[in-house]
Structures are given as structure tokens and as C-alpha cells.
Write a new protein. Sequence first.
Length: 291
Amino acid sequence: MSTLYKAAELVKTKTNDRKSKDKRINKQRVLMLSSRGATFRYRHLLTDLENMMPHSKKDAKLDTKNNLYVLNELADLNNCNNAVFFEVRKKQDLYVWMAKTPNGPSVKFHLQNLHTMDELKMTGNCLKGSRHILSFDKTFDSAPHWSLLKELLGQVFNVPKGSRKSKPFIDHVLSFSIVDNRVWFRNYQIVEKDAQNTPGFTSLDKDDISLIEIGPRFCLTPIRIFEGSFGGPTVFENPEFVHPNFVRASLRQGKSEKYNKRQQAINERQNRVRLAEESTETETSNKRVFE
């Protein structure tokens, strides 16, 4: 009898261990936060990305912009193995850090051409917490640094199956395309044609699928890829990147040169008018007589 009892207890223990064991292979969690001085558009973008990625966790703003290695400790405290940090400079330039904590690699982007979901007012829609398909351009396989970015973006934006707050539905696509050495981000809804949304629906249209943009949309310019998390040796540096401060300085210089040319033309005209008046004066002219 005792042998049967021990066998039953062993079977029960194995069953409980099998039930309690986590079968998930992909256990990605993303920590998302920003620095001080973020504008309302950057805050809206952070909220849009958080709603799009149910496996993410939003934290409070970070006070420092220099000691970014603190983010590794924050990610560890929040049980996250990925981090996305919005670094705002001069309340107008947004730099996006994406890192694989705590060992790296990490990449620093310059975000441009931002349009949030509140600005676009697109007709596309998707279920909150649903999973998505990641679509990468074939250009990502053309160079080693693009392949590294593809793997990093895939681990950050990919929603693991069975993660918290996620729903077992796939109804939208995240598109990453490379144009002009920049990564262009788009979010599309997957729409299947049926009798309700397609007038004149026939059996031939049953397998047709269309894409409707949801938003947000933005452009990422890679600046530098580091071997470590938020620092370390440089793996890749973009030689074509121009800092926004230099762009604004060149624009101001162009305006100042235009102003100087206009003032020079005004002075030259005044000199010509004065010389013309002096050349037409005689001893009996009104100006000489009534001086």
C-alpha cells in the first residue's frame, strides 16, 4: 500500500512541476523611459509604442543624460532584458537608444519625420494588446551592421507568445524599410475582405488581404552601434550623419549671409544716388545757393 501511495505522490509531483514550468522560449521584456525635457509629441510617441508593445514596461523619467549605464540597473530591477531610452536634447532633438541589457549591443538613433497617432487620424485600427508581424526590407541582409540592427529591432519589437497583457491575435504588421540609409517605420492593419467591408463581395475575393496604415510613423537614422549596453567600444559609426546643431548653424549662416548681401546692396545704392546728385549740382543749383 505504501508503494502505491509513493507512486501516486510521484505522479502528482511530476504533474504539478509540468504545470508550473514556463514553456515560453522567447521571454523578452522591454523597459521604456525618457529623459527630462521631452515635448508632448515625444511623450505621445512613447505612449503609442507602449500600447503597441504589451511586453513593455514604462518607467519614470531619467534625470541624467550622461550616466546612461544606470539604465542597466533599472532594467534589471524591472526584470527586463531590453531597454528603449528617449534622450531629448534642447527640447527639439530626439535620440533613441535601443540596448540589449546588460551585456549589449546597443545602438543610438536620431529620430526624424515623426507623426504620432493623434496627428495622423488614420482609418486603420487594431486590437490593443494584439501581436504583430515584423516585416524587414531585404536591404537589412546587405551589410553586417544592418543585420545587427535587424536582430536588435526584432528582439525589441517582437511580442512573445503568451506574454503579459498580450492577446492571441495577429491583426497588424510593423514594417521596417531602409531608404537613404535610414530605417523607416510604418504600422499597418491587416484587413481581410468579406461581405461586410467589401461591396460586391464574391467568392474570388475571399483570400484577398489589404493593408491600412494605423500609425505612428517615423524615421530612424543610425548614428553609432556600441558593443556594450549604453556604451563600450564602437562597432559601427555612420559617416553620413550630420549633427542637427551643424544643420541649424548652416541655416543661420545662410540667413546672415543673405542679410549682409541685402545691406551691402542698400549701401551701394545709396552711394550711387549720392554720387549722381553730386554730379548734377552746379554753382547756381538750389542746394549751393541756399546753403
